[in-house]
Design a protein around this ligand. Structure first.
Ligand code: MN
Ligand code: MN
Length: 456
């Protein structure tokens, strides 16, 4: 089967070139002109053609706060409709349990249920000797990223000893360590004080996790990585304070990589103060910040101090959010953002003049593909790579909201937001899975991708 995509403007992290793309079965075979004939032609005139988005940060079907986030069956379709063709989701080690068992459990959730290609990280909660012995096998199976959380005390938080050894052992075996940076002890103390004072509403979520809590942990993670001689990837950077530490470490020449997310450059702590418990819709961690932090993060994305923009997609319904009606600590943390990621970053980034088109493609596809050990198979448009492609209409104007989204969540954090640019057609390894903004694929088309260690 030969598919020809004609007359589009092909955009990669490096170039913007008017060209046709010839796809044979699952793979791109040529980019240029006069590539026909083909069995099927897709007209991309007036459209950009991007590499399929790579979202390195999703939580589909994650048990949290006594409930489970929305599952692969709906959320992977939402990701596809948002122009993402590969996700890397966080499998979880049960405390005291096996890393490989955690990966198996997530493989079962995703098997036959994903609209997009996928890989896994393993979240490390306990680095006991047997878990350390498992790391080479974990890496061999293509799980080349370990995740540690410095927050969520009493649940998944790890201490500095575990963090330091994870950095050492991960690096020894070619696994990149990803860290959620917040001082979990301070968060727990502040939460307890707020609740004791009767401050139980969603807006106190932000008061319990101020930017300094993130900045301290970011600096600590960086120092521990330097001591371990290991690279690290700091996930979901939200504040200018944390970014300062990242830039300083990068300036010292240490390989520190960092991610931000669309919510942290578009939503603010004011959203948490919405009346009638509507603030619960915006409870995620680290917490949303004031608008002053947005421009710092955009500047970090633009300069490349923040290489990547994942979604941290973790979707709940309003009923699930209501678990914390009387105590913000019990509100499940997270929002739907996988579908919104490309359109929001294009609209607020490229169309608003904050990001170049090429840097946008880098942040949503190429840089995450590199960091995740998926490049060049994923994350670019070149002969020999997977035909994961997004045909994007830069002129489309639409209003984002629950009516336009496909997550199992029943609200949109961006309800009523005007957006410029829309995903029209998506190909996953040569198959059209989104046509005219409608999902036309089949669950189970997404395949597990064994990743290769990030070379640095
Ligand atoms: Mn996190
Ligand atoms: Mn997360």
């Amino acid at each position: 089967m030969r598919t020809l995509i004609t007359d589009g403007i092909v955009v990669t992290a490096a170039d913007t070139v008017p060209a046709d793309i010839l796809v044979e079965d699952e793979v791109i075979v040529a980019v240029g002109r006069n590539l026909g004939p083909a069995d099927r032609t897709i007209d991309a005139a007036g459209r950009y053609v991007f590499p399929g988005g790579v979202d390195e940060h999703t939580h589909f079907g994650l048990p949290v706060s006594g409930t489970v986030s929305q599952p692969w069956e709906t959320e992977s379709v939402a990701a596809a409709l948002g122009g993402t063709t590969t996700v890397v989701d966080f499998a979880m080690q049960q405390r005291g349990g096996s890393l490989l068992a955690g990966i198996r459990a997530w493989q079962e959730k995703a098997a036959g249920a994903s609209a997009v290609d996928y890989g896994f990280h393993i979240t490390v909660t306990d680095l006991h000797p047997e878990a350390i012995r498992e790391i080479p096998r974990v890496v061999e199976e293509g799980v080349v990223t370990l995740k540690c959380l410095m927050a969520y005390k009493g649940s998944v938080m790890v201490d500095d000893d575990t963090l330091f050894r994870a950095l050492q052992e991960g690096h020894r075996h070619g696994a990149l360590v990803m860290i959620h940076c917040e001082n979990g002890d301070v968060v727990a103390a502040l939460q307890g004080q707020l609740v004791a004072a009767g401050k139980t509403e969603p807006r106190y979520h932000a008061a319990s996790r101020p930017p300094a809590v993130e900045a301290e942990a970011t600096n600590r993670a960086i120092v521990l990585a330097e001591l371990a001689g290991a690279p690290l990837l700091i996930v979901h950077v939200t504040s200018a304070d944390a970014l300062d530490h990242i830039r300083a470490a990068q300036g010292r020449g240490h390989p520190v990589y960092a991610e931000t997310c669309p919510q942290y450059v578009t939503l603010t702590a004011d959203d948490l103060a919405r009346p009638d418990f509507a603030g619960a819709r915006y409870v995620l961690s680290p917490a949303l910040r004031s608008a002053a932090h947005h421009e710092a993060l955009w500047s970090g994305l633009s300069s490349g101090s923040l290489q990547t923009a994942g979604s941290d997609h973790c979707a709940f319904t309003l009923e699930q959010k209501a678990l914390g009606r009387d105590d913000f600590r019990r509100i499940p943390n997270g929002i739907p953002a996988a579908e919104e990621r490309l359109p929001l970053l294009y609209s607020e980034g490229v169309a608003s003049g904050r990001l170049s088109l090429n840097r946008f493609v880098d942040a949503v596809a190429t840089a995450p593909a590199r960091l995740m050990g998926l490049y060049p198979r994923k994350g670019t448009i070149a002969p020999g790579t997977d035909a994961d492609l997004v045909i994007f209409n830069p002129e489309a104007e639409w209003i984002m909201g629950v009516a336009t989204q496909h997550s199992g969540s029943d609200y949109s954090p961006w309800e009523g937001k005007p957006v410029r640019g829309a995903v029209e057609t998506v190909l996953l390894r040569g198959e059209v899975i989104v046509e005219d903004g409608r999902y036309v694929g089949q669950l189970g088309q997404g395949q597990y991708i064994a990743r290769r260690p990030f070379a640095g």
